[in-house]
Design a protein. Structure first.
Length: 207
């Protein structure tokens, strides 16, 4: 259950903000079919318009929260909403490459040209939020440097390491009109942890 503290809940909402993805640049370790793995990685990296609906949980080793998440990405523009069914609180982060706006916090909306700075100032969390738009699709974030990607026996990404973070993937599933995408993503660095369970992926602009 998401705690009532606005800052912690907002952090959960912000943890998935991001920009347009690019493929992992580091060579992939051996997979069941390396050629297929590389082709699917290119497909995932090329997705510009997509939506996911699911559940998110975040913690910093001492406190945390969870809730429903709806994340819509349209090129560089994103809109991410998190809601707690029990407390009926909700938060929304929207923005693009030019800046971000966070709504639902006590004291009114906050804006910044730097989404990471907005997150830190509003919540105290220091997380590379833009990378999560790439990580959630099983690819590295080019802005963070080299990514180490390990594949499972099925030829799909099982673990990604980048910038001190370890991202584990499970429950890959086919998605209509596109490549297979993960159903569960867990990112950990030290005491910081975020877990995303995707109930549904939708590709394309939609409504």
């Amino acid at each position: 259950m998401l705690r009532a503290a606005p800052s912690l809940a907002a952090a959960a909402a912000l943890l998935l903000a991001g920009c347009t993805a690019q493929p992992v640049r580091a060579p992939a370790p051996a997979a069941a079919d390396p050629a297929r793995a590389q082709a699917e990685a290119r497909q995932r990296a090329g997705l510009r318009d997509w939506t996911l609906a699911g559940r998110i949980a975040a913690s910093n080793g001492r406190q945390g929260g969870s809730g429903r998440i709806d994340w819509r990405q349209r090129g560089a523009a994103y809109s991410i909403s998190v809601s707690a069914p029990v407390t009926r609180q909700s938060w929304r982060l929207s923005g693009d490459a030019a800046g971000a706006r966070l709504e639902g916090l006590e004291g009114g909306p906050r804006e910044s040209a730097d989404v990471e700075a907005l997150l830190y100032q509003a919540t105290g969390w220091n997380v590379p939020v833009r990378a999560l738009a790439d990580w959630v699709r099983g690819i590295g974030a080019p802005a963070l440097g080299p990514a180490e990607l390990a594949y499972g026996a099925d030829g799909l990404p099982a673990r990604l390491r980048q910038d001190g973070w370890t991202i584990d993937y499970r429950n890959w599933r086919p998605v209509a009109g596109g490549p297979v995408l993960p159903g569960r993503v867990e990112a950990v660095r030290g005491e910081a942890k975020v877990r995303l369970v995707v109930d549904a992926w939708t590709l394309g602009e939609g409504e």
